[in-house]
Design a protein around this ligand. Structure first.
Ligand code: TIU
Length: 229
């Protein structure tokens, strides 16, 4: 793949995507968050709020793969013995079903259970790393930083759920580690639409305090351009 730079229309300023240094990082598009009966629903959320991000992610992922750029997926979840589950996370909230309890998609937020799977629409391909993370941020207690460094990847195009929780935590962690982050607005979603909107504004405010924000339309248009920059 030739090293090239494509300019994406973004807030607060155009984003210069370097094809050999950029990874698409898809955060936690799991059945546990997007389908009834999982962790998100157990917390009292309306999971349908997240489903609007599925089709834009499918379109972006197809264009990104076609352009030959790196893809990394993440999943939030815990060991079956729950040894990596902080008691403070376990007891949080008033949920009827807690992490590790048996639900309609298997044990809630436990690795290896059906609910922990990435949704079929965005299933990883062989060769695309899947990062299993016990926390909200994708860098905490994972090998993501090492994988990115070993591949010379310094730019993260971030999508997934939820905007103000795992997407935001991951972008903040990445920003402090020196990565350039671009959040794709319509490819992220929250159970709370107002948090989604404000969460995106928080990333791009103050000259891009955490990074950039662009639409999937702008990104896909740039990916389909032979060479821009
Ligand atoms: N509850 C909520 O909004 N999110 C999470 O618990 N995890 C992720 O964002 N993946």
């Amino acid at each position: 793949m030739a090293a090239d730079t494509r300019t994406i229309e973004a807030n607060p300023a155009p984003f210069r995507l370097e094809s050999t240094r950029a990874a698409l990082l898809i955060i936690d598009m799991q059945r546990d968050f997007l389908e009834p009966g999982g962790f998100g629903a157990a917390l009292g959320n309306d999971v349908s709020q997240l489903r609007r991000a599925i089709a834009p992610n499918q379109a972006l992922l197809a264009a990104w793969r076609a352009a030959g750029l790196a893809v990394i997926h993440t999943r939030e979840g815990h060991r079956p013995d729950l040894a990596d589950l902080p008691p403070a996370k376990h007891r949080r909230g008033e949920a009827v079903l807690r992490i590790g309890d048996a639900g309609p998609m298997g044990r809630i937020l436990v690795r290896g259970e059906p609910g922990h799977d990435i949704i079929a629409e965005l299933a990883p391909l062989p060769g695309e790393p899947v990062i299993d993370k016990p926390g909200k941020g994708a860098f905490f207690a994972t090998d993501l930083h090492a994988i990115l460094q070993n591949r010379g990847l310094t730019q993260l195009v971030v999508t997934g759920v939820t905007t103000e929780v795992c997407v935001h935590t991951t972008i903040r962690e990445a920003n402090d580690r020196g990565y350039e982050c671009l959040a794709v607005s319509d490819c992220c979603a929250s159970y709370f639409p107002e948090f989604h909107e404000i969460g995106l504004r928080m990333i791009a405010a103050q000259g891009g305090i955490f990074g950039w924000v662009a639409t999937s339309t702008a990104l896909i248009a740039a990916l389909k351009t032979e060479h821009a920059g």
